[in-house]
Each structure stands twice: as structure tokens, then as C-alpha cells.
Design a protein around this ligand. Structure first.
Ligand code: SF4
Length: 250
């Protein structure tokens, strides 16, 4: 016991005490700010590997952005990536950041189904589906359960069986080969259930969005409860997004 207490004193707290106030140091890239400075918009549009940049109005779609930073490199006077990690939302359009906009990305409370808060506020079990992911998002989802982020303290855990889950988390762009498996897994989750898209690839297909190897009808067929941007999404983006979805007060 004494040895454990000494170790605790030596190491300090291993977990992040207040996950809602935690910040991430550089080089993390979070929500960008696009100011009104002039820039070569044609160039910026052409260098973006995922068509995340649109010219009219000038905007960045965080559902498509890989956070590669190329646009900010070419036009640092125009685009700055902040360390704002609270980017999850239940409205796809909220992920589109326009010129001059500095608001936080929020969830639309009116769109959150009543049963999500009444049933899942203190306990949410999730089945993760790697739908042709590249393991980056999957690694970050694993990290949500480590001693630092300790998502389990909020009653949120990943489970092995969809029968024991309250919803699914899809990572990866959803390939032809994973389309049927995703549907089968979703069908096996009892009602009511939620769908979370984790990462750029799941939200839009990312750099694979034009690939014939994708089959994304599942995403269009159901309403999505939470979009978690990032390539891969940071554990804090994921956990804080879910907490905002399932709890009125965090
Ligand atoms: S950071 Fe995002 S918007 Fe900018 S070039 Fe890369 S993918 Fe496109």
C-alpha cells in the first residue's frame, strides 16, 4: 500500500482530470480559421487533395479535410489551424467553415432524439466497425480507453458484440467488401441505437471518395447521430462529442 502511494506521489495523476477543459499542444491541427485576407483561391482549391476547399463562398469542409495543412502552408495569411478540438456535431453542414467565421462547432440540441439522453446518458456501449480503415482512426479510438483519456469513467465503452451495443462507430471509408458486414452489424444492435462516423474517411470517403471500391449507401440510408472530424480524430474530439450528444450537462 505504502509502495503504491509513493508511486502515485511520484507519477501524479495519470488521467486527464477534466476532459472538457483539456487542451492539445501543437502540432495538433484543429478547427481552422479562414480570415478575409486575399489569397489565390484557385490555387488553394487545386492543391486540396479531397476537394474540401470551395471557392464560392470560400470554405473548408471538415468532413472532407485531411488536416494535411497544405492550404495553410501556401496561404498562412488566409488560413490558420487552431488547436480547437471540439469539432464533433450532429449536423453535417456545421462542419463547413466559411470565411470570417469564428464560431464554435455545436450540436443541434433539437435534433438529438429523446431516448439518446434518457437511455444512454450514463451508459453507452459501442461496437466499432472498421469499414476499410487504415488503422489510424482505430488506434485513436483504442486510445480513448487508455489511462489518460479513460472514456470508461463516463460509462462509455467499446464492446465486442453488437448484441451488447447501443450503437455503432464506423471508421474508414466503407468499402464494397465491408458494406454488407456493416449492415449486418447495425441490424444486430437492438433498438434504439445510434450511428457515429469517426474520421474524415467515414464522413466523406476522404481521399478515397471517388474510388469505385467504396459502397456508401449505408451512410445515406440512415440519419447520423454524430460526425467526428479528424484524420484521424483526436480522442478528445471523440469523447467530448459523445458527451455532448448523450448528456445535457457534461
Ligand atoms: S488541410 Fe484540409 S482543406 Fe487544407 S489542403 Fe489539406 S485537406 Fe485541403
Amino acid at each position: 500500500m505504502i509502495a503504491e502511494l509513493k508511486l502515485l506521489k511520484l507519477q501524479g495523476k495519470q488521467y486527464i482530470p477534466d476532459i472538457t477543459k483539456a487542451t492539445i499542444p501543437p502540432p495538433f491541427k484543429g478547427k481552422p480559421i479562414i480570415n478575409k485576407e486575399p489569397a489565390d483561391k484557385d490555387l488553394l482549391e487545386s492543391i486540396c487533395p479531397t476537394n474540401a476547399i470551395q471557392k464560392n463562398p470560400f470554405s473548408i469542409d471538415l468532413g472532407k479535410c485531411t488536416f494535411c495543412g497544405a492550404c495553410a502552408f501556401y496561404a498562412p495569411q488566409k488560413i490558420t489551424f487552431t488547436n480547437e478540438h471540439n469539432m464533433a456535431t450532429n449536423v453535417r453542414e456545421n462542419l463547413i467553415i466559411t470565411e470570417g467565421e469564428e464560431n464554435h462547432i455545436l450540436l443541434n440540441e433539437a435534433l438529438i432524439r429523446k431516448e439518446i439522453r434518457s437511455l444512454f446518458g450514463r451508459s453507452l456501449k459501442l461496437r466499432q466497425i472498421c469499414a476499410a480503415g487504415d488503422n489510424s482512426t482505430e488506434l485513436e479510438l483504442n486510445a480513448t480507453e487508455n489511462v489518460n483519456f479513460d472514456m470508461g469513467r463516463f460509462g462509455i465503452n467499446f464492446v465486442a458484440s453488437p448484441r451488447h451495443a447501443d450503437g455503432i462507430v464506423i471508421s474508414g471509408p466503407l468499402s464494397v467488401n465491408m458494406a454488407e458486414a456493416t449492415q449486418i452489424c447495425y441490424d444486430a444492435v437492438p433498438n434504439p441505437k445510434i450511428i457515429i462516423l469517426a474520421g474524415t474517411d467515414a464522413i466523406s470517403g476522404g481521399i478515397f471518395q471517388e474510388s469505385p471500391a467504396l459502397k456508401r449507401e449505408f451512410i445515406q440510408k440512415y440519419s447520423i447521430d454524430l460526425y467526428v472530424p479528424g484524420n484521424p480524430p483526436h480522442p478528445l474530439t471523440f469523447i467530448n462529442g459523445i458527451l455532448k450528444l448523450i448528456r445535457k450537462k457534461m
